[in-house]
Design a protein around this ligand. Structure first.
Ligand SMILES: NC(=O)c1ccc[n+]([C@@H]2O[C@H](COP(=O)([O-])OP(=O)(O)OC[C@H]3O[C@@H](n4cnc5c(N)ncnc54)[C@H](OP(=O)(O)O)[C@@H]3O)[C@@H](O)[C@H]2O)c1
Length: 199
């Protein structure tokens, strides 16, 4: 299958690519990294990415920004970062991508652990993650032509511990190869409408 991976050079993206590459043709995408460039925050850029890639069989997104900060200091603008970037960026990948995927193709989005196991400063991420679960449940029963959609919800990756470990006290890091296999399962398998928890 021909699979687009957005955020391919990030911690999760690299794990997904490592699992997918032996089985599928992977096209790596980032704003400035990868084979193709696109910004999920910009719908026109998403449209241009699909035009360049041609028909694809699967789309994986491992990108999405949120603001981290104390709830008591959160501004509306800071909340909107998670909603416009992590949520609507991935929603737009689906809305635009529906017309570019082959019959029976799939979307695999990325959320994260924080809506089920919250940490301090993480309300923006928890909100975005919950929204993505709702989107995937709703979209899965309406997608045309046998298209599937899932969202992978990993805990903190082992490779991300140096960056995020201090914010996740007591959290067990998740092996990156286990996270990668969740993306392979979503792309190559038959599941749809699922939040694939990896912890
Ligand atoms: N790391 C973890 O432990 C973990 C756990 C659970 C959930 N998550 C979630 O998973 C997502 C990815 O996390 P990560 O830690 O793997 O990120 P990361 O290491 O910071 O990498 C992000 C990747 O996405 C690309 N990217 C960033 N913004 C983009 C945009 N607007 N459009 C297109 N590409 C973009 C970046 O490349 P360019 O700079 O070239 O654009 C980079 O390759 C985030 O939403 C995060 O909240 C992460």
């Amino acid at each position: 299958m021909k699979v687009i991976v957005i955020g391919a050079e990030g911690d999760i993206g690299q794990a997904a690519c490592a699992a997918l590459s032996p089985h599928h043709e992977v096209i790596k995408v980032g704003r400035s990294s990868g084979d193709l460039h696109a910004d999920i925050a910009d719908r026109e850029s998403i449209e241009a990415m699909y035009e360049k890639a041609g028909t694809v069989d699967a789309v994986v997104c491992a990108a999405g920004a949120v603001h981290f900060g104390p709830l008591t200091e959160f501004t509306e603008e800071q909340f909107m970062l998670g909603l416009t970037n992590k949520v609507m960026g991935q929603v737009n990948l689906v809305l635009v991508g529906m017309n570019h995927l082959s019959d029976g193709g799939s979307f695999t989005l990325t959320s994260g652990v924080l809506d089920r196991d919250p940490i301090r400063l993480g309300t923006g991420a928890a909100t975005a993650n919950g929204a993505l679960a709702g989107f995937v449940a709703g979209a899965s029963i309406e997608l045309p032509r046998g298209l599937r959609i899932n969202v992978v919800s990993p805990g903190m990756l082992d490779v991300s511990e140096p960056r995020y470990g201090a914010f996740f006290p007591g959290h067990e890091p998740v092996p990156s190869d286990k996270v990668g296999r969740a993306y392979l399962k979503s792309v190559s398998g038959a599941m749809t409408g699922e939040v694939i928890i990896v912890e």
